[in-house]
Design a protein. Structure first.
Ligand code: ADP
Ligand code: TRP
Length: 320
């Protein structure tokens, strides 16, 4: 079984990325051959500053390696180092109707957030389909918001296979029921585009500040509080034991326990939860040549698989 996922280097990875996708991807390494890549071509759709893009790409690589990516088991690479993916995207384009892309929620969301529609934003799902089909992935661990992109990928692959022969593996998304959408500090979905993130590896001061900024209601300290409607508890659940969560809920109901206390408890658990990974990240930061080498070697391994698929695809459409 081949497992594949990608993450855009469009900012600093946050708790939503970790609990929504990165953790599952790291755990899945034990189940099969894994391909993970940094989707830098996708990031170009939102016109990032070039220097920032380079910096974020290295940052995502460090984060993933620190979080437990095993470079022996996993082919880890930068998307743009295997440019065949753009060739495949073009070949898939005539098998993709405009109507299919017009229905994409992520495209509509981007426009709702004020992005000027450009062709890259519009055809984003075709490039993502190419990512998945190029490597003949069976299973794609992603967060819930990516489910529709997998449906689009299957639509394109099924149509291509019907018209040009059975070339592509039909992939499935992997979204465990237990994985919730992680709320940001303002209660909306945590997202790099909404300025509401808690980074996985922020320095202590920055992390504390982000946690203290979590929006709560204005119930006074002495009064009982509803634990079911609180962003602090929603995040605490991700890093504390079930007993600790129950204890915090009882304190909420009893009163005389303020949101400041809950935030302090959340901060401590978060700091502790990621401590071993933070230490590993600090080591890797001293060895950036090693990180670059991992990505180059990953791209070499990925290219071999990509070329096998491309030879079949070019033949099937009459390009060779
Ligand atoms: P962002 O919205 O911050 O730009 P990405 O689109 O780069 O995040 O998402 C990378 C991965 O992390 C995707 O698989 C996505 O589904 C997952 N993800 C992002 N934000 C969240 C969240 N708040 N909760 C759960 N999963 C998330
Ligand atoms: N669109 C994904 C996201 O924003 C990133 C991505 C690009 C991806 N290509 C992929 C994820 C292929 C899984 C498989 O999170």
């Amino acid at each position: 079984m081949r497992i594949l996922s990608g993450i855009q280097p469009s900012g600093i990875p946050h708790l939503g990325n970790y609990f929504g996708m990165m953790r599952q991807a790291v755990e899945m390494q034990r189940k099969g051959e894994t391909f993970l890549f940094i989707a830098d071509y996708h990031s170009l759709t939102t016109l990032p500053d070039p220097e920032q893009l380079r910096k974020n790409t290295l940052g995502v690589a460090l984060d993933f390696l620190a979080l437990g990516l095993d470079v022996e088991k996993t082919v880890f690479f930068r998307q743009s180092e295997v440019p065949q993916v753009t060739e495949l995207m073009w070949i898939l384009s005539p098998y993709t109707t405009v109507g299919l892309l017009e229905r994409a929620h992520s495209y509509k969301d981007k426009l709702a957030h004020g992005f000027v529609p450009n062709h890259g934003l519009f055809s984003y799902p075709v490039l993502m389909a190419a990512d998945i089909l190029l490597y003949q992935a069976n299973l794609v661990p992603v967060g819930k918001d990516q489910k529709q992109h997998l449906e689009i990928t299957r639509d394109i692959a099924l149509r291509f296979n019907r018209e040009r022969g059975e070339i592509f593996t039909i992939p499935e998304e992997y979204i465990p029921e237990s994985v919730a959408v992680v709320p940001g500090t303002d209660g909306q979905k945590m997202s790099k585009s909404y300025n509401n993130t808690i980074p996985i590896f922020a320095p202590e001061k920055v992390l504390r500040k982000a946690v203290m900024n979590i929006v709560t209601d204005c119930t006074p300290m002495e009064e009982p509080k509803d634990p079911e409607k609180c962003n602090v508890i929603a995040l605490y659940k991700l890093v504390a034991s079930p007993e600790e969560v129950e204890a915090m809920k009882s304190r909420y109901r009893a009163g005389n326990y303020g949101y400041g206390h809950a935030k302090q408890a959340l901060f401590e658990r978060l700091w502790e939860y990621f401590a071993p990974m933070r230490a590993r990240r600090a080591e890797l930061e001293q060895n950036l040549d090693y990180v670059r080498q991992v990505l180059t070697r990953g791209a070499e391994r990925a290219s071999v698989v990509a070329e096998v698929t491309m030879a079949k695809v070019r033949q099937a459409v009459g390009l060779r």
